[in-house]
Design a protein around this ligand. Structure first.
Ligand code: ATP
Length: 588
């Protein structure tokens, strides 16, 4: 802003450039900002040193006088809803209990991590404990330092709420004040348009620029129809959803045109207006002329930046020439005549000469791209919805199947610790089964071991072996007879390694392990409850070692195999499956 003030440019006072080459030197290709850390959240790049050059540094605290909070000590306010949504329908007591010590945020949300930091505050990804969905919560960096700061924040939240819902405005959910800080809960997006653009390959991207233009014109049309002007439109203040839809955000500088009163919460007078980012600022704002045309200019600069993948100047010659209606031809020459013409009409120096949002939307070129954009978004969003629906269905199916398996296993009703202390695993791994039997005093304890053994069916190692076996079967290569025979030996005792596999079984993880290696669709539908029961029985018979019961079970198994063999099975033979189960207990 200081640069802008320094220059004190009005259109008349700016010298008309004679050699545009001077101006060309002031524009540059977009610098690519590498992520700051390798954390999963790409938005963390917002904290990178290169990003810091984009935003104005925060004012250092004054050393001359004590902070206001010390001069006027304030009692941090308790939780106060600031949005109509929260005032009308506060969360139920089961979710938020004001008598508890925990804050509203801690009680109502699970914090999933930091999304990014702005000059105003920090944005967190959260899961709502009320509906289980994910959102973004923006928290102001500092406590309010007085009533004017509080009312400005309250105004931002209330204005944001008034603008929603709209398909190209960031969805507002709730706002509240707690301990002197403002919290705003909004929909969760994937990133900001600025970060998204910086991660694109270098070079112009005109189709993307048209798409951005259509979305943001739609957002501005809505805003201007409600007599608001944004005054801070720039790629950093636009968010992008998973489907690629743009959402206008950050309404901290929103100005309501028809509100005269400066005292009301929603409106602010011209004296109260803060200036936005100088790179995107319309020239008439320096003369104190605030109107919708200023947003059109800022949008023009943003689209120029995104279409040409260039840095827009912060000041100097380039800044002035852009406000004289001169576009940097070395960057714009790669664009179509259509887009160049639209940019010229948006960047006209005089607000009265600039096209309004409605006029821009009625241009044939814009209408054509808007129509395409709508189709693209419908397809992208429908595909995403279908994908998440399929994911849900698969998850549900897996859970159902695993619970079915559980109910058919005789001993699984006894709770098994899924993650026992590591020491106990280690101990188990070093003991032969017989020694374990000797250690365990009761048959009940044996049952626990058996439960663990049956878990093997769902363990990653087991599924891996099943997969390899299935693939063997699918090549129609029969297993060596001797191997199969030896599996059925009643004298068999599991080895350490086998126990290791069994002991590493974790029921909670099991369905996902099977899925992750892609065998679930083959394995799960083909295992009948009877298979599992037989498997469990075979485990029992191995541990009890009663020749009589073994003979009986073998008989049952053989008769079952005959019955099953008569039925055509698409994937593999039951007898193969049975031997497969027994493979897990074979001695090397
Ligand atoms: N709803 C959201 N969903 C996903 N990410 C978000 C959301 N809101 C903000 N972010 C991320 O957090 C970062 C910081 O957000 P914030 O609005 O505070 O930044 P900013 O607009 O750069 O700040 P300011 O303009 O106030 O300096 C954004 O750049 C964006 O990457």
């Amino acid at each position: 802003m200081s640069v802008a003030v320094e220059t004190s440019v009005s259109r008349m006072s700016l010298p008309v450039p004679t050699h545009f080459s001077h101006a060309e030197q002031t524009f540059s290709l977009k610098k690519r900002h590498l992520p700051f850390s390798s954390s999963s959240n790409s938005n963390s790049s917002y904290c990178s040193p290169s990003h810091l050059s984009h935003s104005l540094p925060p004012l250092p605290p004054s050393k001359g006088c004590p902070p206001l909070s010390r001069m006027f000590p304030q009692q941090p306010t308790p939780w106060t809803p600031l949005s109509g949504s929260l005032s009308k329908t506060p969360p139920p007591n089961a979710v938020y209990d004001p008598s508890k010590q925990q804050s509203y945020f801690d009680q109502c949300y699970t914090n999933l991590g930091l999304l990014g930091r702005g000059s105003f505050g920090e944005v967190y990804k959260v899961k709502s404990n009320l509906d289980g969905r994910q959102y973004a919560v923006k928290r102001s960096a500092h406590r309010f330092r007085g009533n004017s700061e509080r009312s400005r924040s309250t105004r931002e939240a209330k204005n944001h709420e008034r603008l929603c819902p709209h398909p190209h405005i960031l969805d507002f959910v709730a706002a509240w004040e707690e301990c002197g800080r403002l919290y705003i809960q909004t929909e969760l997006c994937s990133t900001s348009l600025l970060l998204h653009a910086e991660n694109q390959p270098p070079g112009p991207d005109e189709p993307a620029a048209w798409a951005y233009l259509c979305d943001l014109l739609s957002a501005l049309q809505h805003l201007h129809s409600l007599d608001f002007v944004h005054l801070d439109l720039k790629p950093a203040n636009v968010l992008i959803t998973d489907s690629g839809r743009l959402k206008l955000a950050d309404f901290g500088l929103l100005f309501e045109l028809k509100k005269k009163s400066t005292g009301s919460l929603e409106g602010k007078g011209k004296d109260d207006i803060q200036e936005g980012d100088p790179r995107y600022m319309a020239p008439e704002l320096l003369r104190g002329e605030y109107g919708p045309a200023a947003d059109v200019f800022s949008l023009g600069v943003s689209i120029l930046e995104l279409a040409c993948n260039m840095e827009v100047p912060n000041g100097g010659e380039g800044w002035q020439q852009l406000r004289q209606g001169c576009l940097p031809s070395e960057f714009t020459s790669g664009l179509s005549a259509e887009l160049q013409a639209v940019l010229r009409m948006m960047l006209a120096p005089e607000p009265s000469e600039r096209l309004t949002v409605s006029e821009l939307l009625s241009l044939p070129s814009v209408r054509k791209h808007r129509w395409r954009r709508r189709i693209y978004l419908v397809v992208a969003e429908t595909t995403l919805t279908l994908l998440s629906f399929c994911q849900l269905a698969v998850c549900f199916g897996c859970r159902l199947l695993s619970s079915l398996h559980l109910s058919f296993l005789p001993h699984w009703s006894k709770p098994v610790p899924s993650t026992p202390p590591k020491g106990s695993w280690d101990k188990d791994l070093t003991l032969p089964l017989s020694a374990m039997h000797a250690d365990s005093g009761s048959p009940e304890d044996d049952a626990v071991f058996l439960l663990d053994q049956t878990d093997v069916e769902l363990s990653p190692t087991f599924s891996h072996r099943v997969t390899s076996r299935l693939s063997l079967d699918s090549t129609s290569t029969p297993l060596p007879k001797s191997l199969r025979h030896s599996h059925r030996s009643p004298a068999h005792t599991p080895t350490h390694s086998n126990l290791g596999d069994w002991s590493s079984c974790n029921l909670a993880q099991a369905p996902f392990s099977i899925h992750s290696n892609g065998s679930c669709h083959t394995l799960t539908p083909s295992i009948s409850p009877l298979h599992i029961e037989l498997f469990a029985d075979s485990m029992n018979e191995k541990s009890t070692q009663s020749p009589h019961s073994v003979a009986n079970k073998s008989l049952q198994r053989r008769s079952w195999i005959r019955t099953e063999e008569a039925l055509p099975r698409p994937n593999f033979e039951p007898k193969n499956l049975l031997s497969l189960f027994e493979d897990t207990t074979v001695e090397p």
